[in-house]
Design a protein around this ligand. Structure first.
Ligand code: DX5
Ligand code: ZN
Length: 227
């Protein structure tokens, strides 16, 4: 998933100053960050409403970062065309929106994302066991392990998630597909716990408030690369 086989920092725009988005985006561009994490919330799947495809489309021309759209929406399939057209490079959706209700079978969502040459991720909430997504592993590029309950930035990291990362890391290794699937950790990642999640096996660290609420976001991002 990245050049030097180290971890990737993905600043989460949800924590940015929305009245100053272009400048906040420039900070990410000017840092070592490689991904930009875009949290899409519909106030159905999660009790919050964030931003939509129009925002993604408007910032697209202003950044070469890898746009990672995290769909926290009750019907991810319906949202795909708008985010694909907005310029997303990757889209992750929550397996909890497709099973057991199966609004749209996960395979249809995955195929639509892949057919448009985007990377595809499946996200699981803290309480959702990994085995729910095991049957889709051969079709996806990354797993989003939520280390907070999805819906808001600025929450505290759920410590039991460390064990979840390392157990998934081990299962992927045992299945000999560890190099094909990246592990993304999302929620409550700070300078003080980033090394723990990296050591547990995380490849992509989503970081919202620690970056955008810090004195110097560029420095904070770059520090996270030097861990
Ligand atoms: C939460 C989002 C996260 C969040 C991360 O539902 O998926 O990406 O914005 O923000 P922090 O790093 O502040 O927890
Ligand atoms: Zn997210």
């Amino acid at each position: 998933m990245n050049k030097n086989n180290n971890h990737i920092i993905a600043p989460s725009l949800l924590a940015a100053d929305f009245a100053n988005l272009k400048n906040e985006l420039k900070l990410c561009n000017d840092s070592k960050a490689e991904w930009l994490h875009l949290d899409i919330m519909d106030q159905q799947f999660v009790p919050n409403l964030s931003f939509g495809p129009a925002v993604v489309k408007s910032i697209r021309p202003h950044s070469n970062l890898f746009f990672d759209v995290h769909l926290m929406v009750s019907n991810p399939f319906d949202m795909l065309p708008a985010f694909i057209n907005a310029g997303a490079d990757a889209i992750s959706f929550h397996i909890e929106t497709t099973e057991p209700r199966f609004t749209f079978p996960p395979k249809i969502i995955i195929n639509t994302i892949k057919k448009n040459n985007l990377r595809c991720g499946i996200a699981i909430k803290p309480s959702t066991p990994f085995k729910v997504i095991e049957k889709y592993l051969s079709f996806i590029d990354y797993i989003v392990i939520m280390s907070v309950e999805p819906g808001f930035g600025g929450q505290s990291f759920i410590p039991s998630t460390l064990e979840k990362i390392s157990s998934i890391d081990k299962i992927l290794k045992d299945k000999k597909i560890r190099d094909k699937i990246a592990i993304q950790i999302d929620g409550g990642i700070k300078l003080h716990n980033a090394k723990d999640v990296i050591d547990a096996g995380a490849d992509i660290l989503v970081v919202g408030s620690e970056v955008f609420k810090s004195e110097n976001p560029i420095e904070t991002i770059n520090e996270m690369y030097n861990l």
